[in-house]
Design a protein around this ligand. Structure first.
Ligand code: DX5
Ligand code: ZN
Length: 218
């Protein structure tokens, strides 16, 4: 897989959208230039919040042509995986969750989806190094997962740099995605540290001009 890492991709997080007008909201960000739609699935166990499940992801998938980027913040991604695969282009699971990571990543790829792996702020980069040749996307959380609208943690920039260095050193090809508290200033820092996919909830869906909100992040 050849990836053009110089192109910055914007993935608005639906968690910040108005669920009462979900269809219109996701179509609007697609029309405004979003590259992917980011879907935060939370189970109330892996994180201290409950968001939405497979049916919600299916509903969003029907509304847009751009890739659906499903972020599973759930304790047992291996158990629920088959229910999300049909409506996903990308599925990202957490290295801290209770599952056999290589098996889950292999199942995601075998289903024709991009396999992503994520780590929480408190998890060292070393915890994902063994899996870097089995992923298409590494998601560096820049906030503690579970809620939108939290402040960006600049200490996570070092993980992006480590990921970018490992990718070149080992000749690998995975996206470096960041998620949490991303506004224009943080976007600049993350891109300089090696990230190429920016998830943004509050800084996109909360804005009156979606196209401008996406433009300033890119
Ligand atoms: C948090 C989620 C994020 C969140 C981002 O656990 O993974 O995707 O929705 O929202 P903002 O951009 O508002 O921090
Ligand atoms: Zn997310």
């Amino acid at each position: 897989m050849t990836v053009d890492f110089s192109k910055v991709l914007i993935a608005p997080s639906v968690l910040a959208a108005d669920f009462g007008h979900l269809g219109a909201q996701v179509r609007a960000v697609e029309a405004a230039g979003a590259d992917w739609i980011h879907l935060d699935v939370m189970d109330g166990h892996f994180v201290d919040n409950i968001s939405f499940g497979p049916a919600f992801c299916a509903a969003v998938r029907k509304q847009v042509a751009i890739p659906t980027d499903i972020h599973l913040m759930i304790e047992r991604p291996d158990h629920y995986l088959d229910r999300f695969l049909p409506n996903a282009h990308n599925i990202t699971v957490h290295v801290e969750a209770r599952h056999d990571v290589p098996t889950t990543l292999r199942r995601i790829r075998e289903a024709g989806c991009m396999a992503g792996l994520s780590l929480r702020p408190g998890t060292p980069f070393e915890a994902v190094e063994a899996y870097l040749d089995q992923i298409d996307l590494l998601l560096v959380m820049t906030v503690e997962p579970g809620f939108g609208g939290q402040p960006f943690q600049p200490e996570m920039l070092a993980k992006m740099e480590a990921a970018s260095a490992a990718r070149s050193r080992r000749g690998l090809a995975f996206h470096i995605q960041v998620d949490g508290g991303i506004n224009a200033p943080q976007a600049r820092q993350c891109i300089a540290a090696g990230a190429n996919v920016l998830v943004a909830g509050t800084s996109v869906f909360g804005k009156p001009d979606l196209a401008e909100a996406i433009r300033v992040l890119r």
